[in-house]
Structure formats: structure tokens, C-alpha cells
Design a binder for this molecule. Structure first.
Ligand code: NOJ
Length: 454
């Protein structure tokens, strides 16, 4: 049997699944959940999918699906309950158990260092607005690398700064729910970038075996050319990387410094008066060479060129397909977003998230027949495969998510899992999509008429 090196994985994040809250420090999200009206129906993440007590069962399902990789994040407050200083042996041991179990089952761990659950004590010190955050996260990263790098080779630095900066400090939808000034927001962006750069250096300097490093971005303003004409393609490309008034929610404000070594010119001119003072070496640190661009992608907008070539978003047709979250089903974004990112950044891409929230329940026969998710996976993967055939260097696909989980401000309202979780008792039921995705993984896409061999 030929063994494919394409990564077939599922992804999760610590506070969204773990529970085990009494064995960790307080996080910014714990406090946000307790704040009236912030999280759907006052849900909390204290138990979540209770992965803390179902770890072996969860790894067994990854194995049953035939996946060769698993993306998870480490909870900073579980490792350092106060965010700095004392390290919890109990916390470290939990991830030892997870990593060992994955490796025993032939599943490669992809470890995300920061996926949004900030120790509350660091929030009190200013969180991402505090320039010291890059030193705090460096100390935390050093602890992870010292402990796990004998077994973990693949590191993801930050997950979606577009969200944990923009949604947390500008729109206020996410913890801590702030609406700061543009000046403070630009500072938070810069602090996040420096954090990424510094922790990349810590990984490189301390890892016990050659590491791979990925930066993972959200894909706001993903743009799909309405037609295959050069002008629609160019308008889409332009919009994809443009700086909106929502600068902390764009791709290029983060990925340009990381991969190209500088902020985009449009950002510098437009926001000159409010940008923080950069240190002399900042951009050398931020652009420390890394290995992969991680792309979390769910949807996109159709775009056409206006009279002067400017991008115009075309409204969806009445009755367009959408998920339970009301996110439009737009598989073509898998092709175009990756193509545009590869053209600009010239980095191999790993799809670190893609998936959908469905109205899933256990049917009378005891199974979860989530045919929508099956079709969604097929359509998105076919478009991904098309991008590969057109020369985009794609190395893997992680489905979001392994388990139904705590979907941030939406609490448990949305179900993104390949596996159904009963939040009353923690019972797991593999959905039809889990078996389907497993077959795709085992056949490297041949079961859906694709070919992901690399
Ligand atoms: C982005 C985030 O990384 C993840 O935490 C979230 O649950 C999914 N996308 C779905 O919204």
C-alpha cells in the first residue's frame, strides 16, 4: 500500500472541547461567559465536550476514521494558571497523555499554541493591548517546547488573529468584548505579530527535533470571481488583500509582515497617524522564516469588477445554500482563496480548518445522518483538489471539527462536529460524515473522484 503524505486530520481547540475546568486557571472566556448576555443562553465552557475525561475515546475515533493528523490547542491557563510563573505539572501531564495516545495510534500531533483562551490574569494586565504579551507568550511557548518537542514536530503559532484581535477588541463579540480605538487596535495587531515572531524563534531555537511552524489565518473577504474573466479575477484578488476600515480583520495586515517582511503599503499610508512606533528589529522578528500558511476557510463572496475595475460584491441569489449558522455554502472559495494566497505568499498551505455547522441530531435508528455535511465536504474538497491540480501547493486538510463543541459567543447552539456530542452526558456518536470523511482520507480522495496524492 502506498502511504500518502497528504495530511488528513480533524481540528479542535482547548476551551471548545476540554472541560476539566477545575484543573486549570481562569480564562478570559470563563469570565466572558459569566457576563450577562455575552454568550448564547449563558452557556459556559466549564464542561464543554468533556474531552478531558474522554481523551482515549476521542483519539480512538480519529484512528477509526483513518486520519493521520490531529490539530489541537493547548490551554495556556492549564499550563500556567496565572499566565506566567508557576507551571502546572497536572496540566502538562494531560497533554503528555494526549500526545502519547496520538503517536501510539499513528496520528501526527499538530499543536496550536494560542487558540483564544487567554489566562484571565493576563487579560487584567491588558491582554493583547499590553506589549509585554509577546514576552509572556514566549515564556509559555518555551515551557511547551521543552516538554513536548521530543514528540511534537508541528507547531501552529497563533490561530486567527483576525478574530482574537478584531472580534475581541473592536466589534466586542468575543472576550473581553471591548471596543477600543483604532490606535489601540493597531497596537494589539502589532503585539500579536511580534508574539508570532518571537514564539517562532523560541520553537526554532529549542525544539529537540526539526520543527515545522505554521501561522493560521482566518479568511475574511474571501473573494470568488463571478466570471473567469481577467477583470473579475483581478478585482477579486484586489479585494482579498485590501485593507478595509476593518484593518484588524484583514489577511494582509498580518500575513504580509509574516511572509513579506512589511506591513502593506495601503495600511501604512492610510493609518500612518495611529500606528505604534516599531522597534528597529520588529520586522526581522515577525518575518522569521516559517514553513506553512494555515488557512481556515468556510465561505466567500462573489465579486465582479466595477467600471474602474473596483471590486463589487454580488448579492447571493434568493434561496442560496446556507449552513445552520447561515454561512453561505461557497465551495469555490477553496479554489480561489488558496490560489490567491499561494500567488502572494509562495508558501505551502495547510487547510487548518474547514467545515460547517448543521442541525444534527440522533435519528430513531441511533445514527446521525448529516447528509448536508457529506455534500459540503465533497464539494469543498473537490475545489481544493482543483487548486492543487492548478499548481497550488496544498499539504493537508483538517476538518473543523472533530467534536460538536463550544462555539464561542454562540455557546452550544452550533454543531460543527464529525462526531455528535450529547452535552448532558458527554456521549459521542460518530455522524455519517465521520465515516464518509474517513473513507476519503483512507483513499486519498479517490472515493469522491479526486486525487490528493502528493
Ligand atoms: C474559527 C475558529 O478557529 C474556531 O475556533 C471556530 O469554532 C470555527 N472557526 C467555526 O466558527
Amino acid at each position: 500500500m502506498t502511504h500518502s503524505k497528504f495530511l488528513w486530520g480533524a481540528a479542535t481547540a482547548s476551551i471548545q472541547i476540554e472541560g476539566g475546568a477545575s484543573a486549570r486557571g481562569l480564562s478570559n472566556w470563563d469570565v466572558f461567559c459569566e457576563t450577562n448576555g455575552r454568550v448564547h443562553a449563558g452557556h459556559s465552557a466549564l464542561i464543554a465536550a468533556d474531552h478531558y475525561n474522554h481523551l482515549e475515546e476521542d483519539v480512538a475515533m480519529l484512528k477509526e476514521m483513518g486520519l493521520n493528523a490531529y490539530r489541537f490547542s493547548v490551554s495556556w491557563p492549564r499550563i500556567m494558571p496565572d499566565g506566567f510563573g508557576a507551571v502546572s505539572e497536572e496540566g502538562l501531564a494531560f497533554y503528555d497523555r494526549l500526545i502519547n495516545s496520538l503517536l501510539d495510534n499513528g496520528i501526527e500531533p499538530y499543536l496550536t499554541i494560542f487558540h483564544w483562551d487567554l489566562p484571565y490574569s493576563l487579560h487584567l494586565k491588558g491582554g493583547w493591548l499590553n506589549p509585554d504579551i509577546s514576552d509572556y507568550i514566549s515564556d509559555y511557548t518555551k515551557v511547551l517546547v521543552d516538554r513536548y518537542s521530543d514528540r511534537v514536530k508541528h507547531w501552529i503559532t497563533l490561530n486567527e488573529p483576525q478574530c482574537f484581535i478584531n472580534l475581541s477588541y473592536r466589534t466586542g463579540e468575543h472576550a473581553p468584548g471591548y471596543h477600543v480605538s483604532d490606535r489601540e487596535l493597531a497596537l494589539a495587531v502589532h503585539n500579536a505579530l511580534l508574539s508570532h515572531g518571537k514564539i517562532s524563534q523560541i520553537i526554532k531555537a529549542n525544539a529537540k527535533s526539526a520543527p515545522s511552524i505554521t501561522y493560521t489565518q482566518a479568511m475574511p473577504m474571501s473573494s470568488i470571481p463571478l466570471t473567469n474573466t481577467e477583470k473579475d479575477i483581478e478585482a477579486s484578488r484586489k479585494r482579498q488583500f485590501s485593507i478595509s476600515s476593518d484593518f484588524a480583520g484583514t489577511i494582509s495586515v498580518f500575513a504580509d509582515p509574516i511572509f513579506l517582511g512589511a506591513y502593506p503599503a495601503e495600511y501604512l499610508t492610510r493609518y500612518e497617524s495611529i500606528l505604534p512606533k516599531f522597534g528597529r528589529d520588529d520586522f526581522n522578528i515577525i518575518s522569521t522564516p516559517i514553513d506553512y500558511l494555515g488557512v481556515n476557510i468556510y465561505m466567500g463572496d462573489f465579486v465582479t469588477a466595477g467600471p474602474n475595475g473596483e471590486p463589487i460584491v454580488v448579492s447571493p441569489k434568493p434561496g442560496h445554500a446556507k449552513t445552520a449558522y447561515n454561512w453561505q455554502v461557497r465551495p469555490e472559495c477553496m479554489y480561489w482563496a488558496n490560489r490567491f494566497c499561494y500567488e502572494r505568499y509562495q508558501k505551502p498551505i495547510i487547510i487548518t480548518e474547514n467545515g460547517m455547522s448543521g442541525n444534527d441530531w440522533i435519528h430513531l435508528d441511533g445514527k446521525v445522518h448529516d447528509y448536508d455535511r457529506i455534500d459540503y465536504i465533497n464539494r469543498y474538497l473537490l475545489e481544493l483538489n482543483r487548486a492543487m491540480k492548478d499548481g497550488v501547493d496544498i499539504r493537508g486538510y483538517f476538518h473543523w471539527s472533530l467534536l460538536d463543541n463550544f462555539e464561542w459567543a454562540k455557546g452550544y447552539y452550533e454543531r460543527f462536529g464529525l462526531v455528535h456530542v450529547d452535552f448532558e452526558n458527554g456521549n459521542r456518536t460518530m455522524k455519517d460524515s465521520a465515516y464518509h470523511f474517513g473513507t476519503i482520507a483512507k483513499t486519498d480522495g479517490k472515493s469522491i473522484g479526486a486525487d490528493f496524492t502528493i
